[in-house]
Write a protein that binds this ligand. Structure first.
Ligand SMILES: Cc1cc2nc3c(=O)[nH]c(=O)nc-3n(C[C@H](O)[C@H](O)[C@H](O)COP(=O)(O)O)c2cc1C
Length: 472
């Protein structure tokens, strides 16, 4: 068993808000980019650590941790596995939340809560190890709704928004708070709820395009989303809307976005079947190729065998018989999977063995490092760039922004004359500027040559410091 390092989780916050260290010092957190993102949905059981890491490897921009109830996480002990780097939040020997630092800047932790104070305590508990906090407002299962959580919040907007507001106020401003809802039966009620949620200061809103009573096999009502997206855009606060429901992968994201106008998508069951669906060129044969990769990684990470077995058994391929080794290989693989009670038993019987997890981890690390260096969400052409050259409202002059290779680039008249640069390049911004595509964007980015600094300030900074600033 690898060596572990234990530390008590942060002590519960005082009920009155105090400034945290993170707020008084400059932020070291990279911005979480929800725009154009193709994301892994929160999935209890299926969204465990190996699934999230493979989703990231194959191109997911962000990954959601499955719903965790506030009370369960509060007071957990934070345990670091020194040899793998895996961090677990445990109680009584049971891990409630397990993550790896390489996913931290892409990991959104979903809370189940019906209590603002508990939600804040739970969020602060996991804060060092997550990029953002999401509130589950859509789970229709009785364990969730009977205690006022999940979909029960849809009909209790005061509580729903109370939790979001408390989270927004308590967390450092560079930690996004988001919500995941379902459609309400009528469009009017949906828009009313969306307005209230958006006003709490969330950075992103995921809309699962089914109503609370709809079953998963019923087609998602994605045609209803366009009006919601346009409504949110009309509010001019820059909240990102993610579509959820029936997207089959990155190649399908364009259809979903064209139909709905959504700024990004979230995928659940298609990813459960094939974690490489986030790639532009997914692995066709998930049932053998991906399954083996999964088990090797999972063994290295010490993921519970029962969970790994479950996740792999969810994989499906359009034509499994054409897998390398054909039908007989698959039959053998599956019967071993069913009968084995632990990794070692499977490994002893399986010719290829389960070594190599560390190498897979290295590959994922390299993918993440390359992605972080290139500035976040990739725009590989399967996702249409958001309306290029959209007008922005600036404190001084007007700016124009466009999405270039996933990096928000901006120009303004002032810079255009001062800087000899091509029409599609990025320019130094002389004036404080708010970016309507990502109003919470802050920090510096660079043009492709790396010479011209581009500074886009946050919405809050502009509001506070720019005379005449107005939002659209
Ligand atoms: C196995 C499983 C577990 C799920 N767990 C959660 C969860 O923890 N939190 C949540 O908000 N939704 C959960 N969902 C719902 C999904 O996130 C998603 O909203 C739903 O499956 C629709 O997306 P899809 O059509 O892409 O599958 C779960 C779905 C599945 C299949």
């Amino acid at each position: 068993m690898p060596a572990s390092h234990h530390s008590p989780s942060p002590s519960p916050p005082p009920s009155k808000r105090q400034k945290t260290d993170t707020e008084s010092t400059p932020s070291l957190r990279p911005r979480v980019n929800f725009r154009d993102a193709v994301t892994l949905a929160p999935m209890v059981r299926s969204g465990t650590l190996p699934s999230r890491l493979l989703a990231l490897k194959y191109g997911a921009d962000l990954v959601w941790h499955p719903e965790t109830v506030d009370k369960a996480i509060i007071g957990c002990e934070r345990v670091v596995n020194e040899s793998t780097g895996v961090i677990s939040y445990t109680r009584g020997g049971r891990a409630l939340f397990t993550m790896h630092p390489i996913e931290r800047n892409h990991l959104i932790f979903q809370l189940g809560s019906a209590d603002p104070e508990l939600a804040v305590k739970a969020a602060l508990t996991v804060l060092p190890d997550v990029a953002g906090i999401d509130l589950n407002c859509g789970c229709p299962k009785s364990f969730s709704v009977h205690s006022g959580m999940g979909a029960a919040l849809l009909t209790n907007p005061d509580l729903l928004c109370g939790i979001l507001t408390a989270l927004r106020e308590a967390l450092p401003s560079d930690v996004p708070v988001t919500a995941k809802i379902r459609l309400l039966p009528t469009q009017d009620d949906t828009l009313k709820l969306v307005k209230r949620i958006v006003e709490t200061g969330v950075s992103a809103l995921t809309v699962h395009c089914r109503t609370r009573n709809m079953r998963p096999r019923e087609p998602a009502l994605i045609h209803r989303l366009r009006e919601v997206v346009e409504f949110v855009e009309g509010l001019g606060v820059g909240v990102t809307v993610l579509e959820n429901g029936d997207c089959s992968g990155r190649p399908d994201a364009k259809r979903v976005r064209d139909t709905t106008g959504a700024h990004g998508v979230m995928i659940a069951r298609a990813a459960e079947s094939n974690l490489s669906c986030f790639s532009t060129d997914p692995i066709v044969d998930a049932t053998s190729v991906l399954a083996l990769e999964y088990l090797r990684l999972a063994k290295y990470l010490d993921n519970a065998w029962g969970n790994s077995k479950f996740c792999v058994s969810q994989f499906s391929s359009p034509s499994p018989a054409s897998a390398p080794g054909g039908k007989s290989y698959l039959k053998h693989f599956r019967s071993l999977l069913t009968s084995a009670k632990e990794y070692d038993v499977f490994e002893n019987e399986f010719e290829g063995g389960l070594a190599g997890g560390e190498g897979i981890m290295d590959e994922i690390r390299n993918v993440m490092e390359a992605r972080n260096a290139s500035g976040g969400a990739e725009n590989d052409g399967s996702i249409p760039a958001i309306k290029p050259e959209e007008d922005a409202v600036a404190g001084e002059g007007s700016a124009r922004v466009a999405l270039v290779d996933g990096i928000i680039a901006a120009t303004n008249e002032h810079a255009r004359t001062a800087t000899p640069a091509s029409a599609t390049g990025e320019f130094e911004l002389g004036a404080p500027t708010v970016n309507p595509i990502a109003p919470d964007f802050r920090g510096e980015t660079h043009d492709k040559s790396g010479d011209l600094p581009l500074i886009i300030r946050s919405f809050e900074q502009n509001q506070a410091e720019t005379p005449g600033f107005r939002s659209r």
